[in-house]
Ligand binder design. Structure first.
Ligand SMILES: NC(=O)c1ccc[n+]([C@@H]2O[C@H](COP(=O)([O-])OP(=O)(O)OC[C@H]3O[C@@H](n4cnc5c(N)ncnc54)[C@H](OP(=O)(O)O)[C@@H]3O)[C@@H](O)[C@H]2O)c1
Length: 341
């Protein structure tokens, strides 16, 4: 049987090029077409020598494919995707353009008026651990943001079980590839190296996504979330530490671990770790490691999660979603363990 042809819009960014690397190893699909404005006309391997095994020329327009990944910046992504949807093509959007259900939130958080708010209800939030069945029948999947992936997976079992009261703190540290390949002073080597800083204290764009999904898990208890992201000098990875007061009379460490183990027992890409996870244990893999514990002195749940922002936080999760949309086993092409050291 012929392999299903897939394409990547914007292979020249970090999320796009990581998709190309992972799709090259996928046994059931063929990466048949890639676009990228700055490198149009060049071969993929010329621009990215680590992809020397892929014989493709970067174009300005996609060729004929059955499923498209858009790895465009937000706002631009929707413009590319809308005509594809009209043609009946399946799409996984790695940008934020279809993640939020409330169209008015785009003006507030992203500074643009959404061009197709009617599509927001149809788009499925692509976190398979929460929305697997809907993803399988979706035409448009909105791949979650990198920070929300780590934060939601850290908190979902506790919020669903009403284990915590809604005063949640999410403290995340991201490597610099989270800011993309476009050059900026913030991610310049001499600025970012040997430095750690918090940013977006007035409210990061990923906050509405985190609260939207936690609210769905427990609609009676709208979560109040303080989210503070940090930039740290490593290339890949997000470590999240989430804190929330335990509801009174709730559970000790062993019961909470059991709740997490039960919640994730059938999940191929979430593992409840035996010790606090390191980002390096997820490097290059689609794994999210989660470690729940309790601060006995303050009665707070503390959950640590680790992901690779470019894999479970972007390209790997997008392929996990594609597998579901195409009726393939969810792990296909994503089985490789993390790289160590
Ligand atoms: N990095 C992550 O960890 C991560 C995780 C989850 C989701 N995402 C999302 O994935 C998408 C891509 O992110 P990224 O990190 O891969 O970004 P990136 O590395 O900065 O890539 C962005 C690329 O987009 C192209 N571009 C910029 N403005 C454009 C425009 N107006 N029209 C067409 N192309 C434009 C540029 O490529 P050319 O120079 O070739 O035009 C640029 O290199 C974003 O929506 C981001 O939010 C990223």
């Amino acid at each position: 049987m012929d392999k299903i042809k897939v394409g990547i819009i914007n292979v020249t960014g970090y999320a796009g090029v990581e998709l190309a690397r992972l799709l090259h190893q996928h046994p059931e699909v063929e990466l048949a077409s890639v676009t990228g404005r700055s490198a149009a006309g060049q071969s993929l391997s010329e621009v990215f020598p680590h992809l020397a095994g892929i014989d493709l020329t970067i174009k300005t327009k996609l060729g004929d494919v059955g499923l498209v990944f858009s790895a465009m910046p937000h706002k631009e992504s929707a413009v590319e995707i809308i005509p594809l949807l009209e043609k009946g093509i399946k799409v996984v959007d790695i940008s934020a353009d279809f993640r939020l259900k409330d169209g008015s939130e785009y003006q507030r958080w992203y500074g643009f008026s959404h061009p197709a708010p009617q599509l927001l209800a149809q788009a499925v939030y692509g976190l398979p651990e929460l929305h697997r069945a809907k993803i399988a029948s979706a035409q448009l999947v909105a791949n979650p943001g990198c920070y929300p992936t780590g934060a939601i997976l850290a908190l979902a079992p506790a919020v669903k079980a009403k284990l915590v009261v809604p005063d949640i703190i999410v403290d995340s540290k991201s490597g610099v590839s989270g800011a993309g390949r476009t050059l900026s002073l913030t991610t310049h080597y001499s600025e970012a190296n040997e430095d750690v800083s918090a940013y977006a204290l007035e409210g990061h764009r990923h906050l509405p996504e985190i609260t939207q999904e936690l609210k769905l898990l427990n609609p009676e208890l709208p979560p109040a979330v303080t989210f503070v992201p940090h930039l740290i000098p490593m290339t890949r990875g997000i470590l999240t530490t989430a804190y929330a007061p335990l509801a009174s009379g709730k559970k000790g460490i062993e019961e909470i671990r059991k709740l997490y183990l039960d919640f994730y027992k059938d999940e191929p890409f979430v593992r409840v770790a035996d010790s606090p996870p390191h980002t390096k244990q997820t490097w290059g893999s689609n794994l999210c490691l989660v470690y729940p514990t309790v601060d006995q002195r303050t009665g707070k749940l503390v959950v640590i999660s680790a992901i690779d922002n470019l894999v479970k936080g972007a390209a790997g999760q997008a392929i996990q979603n594609m597998n579901l949309m195409l009726g393939l086993p969810e792990e296909t092409g994503l089985e490789a363990p993390a790289i160590y050291p």
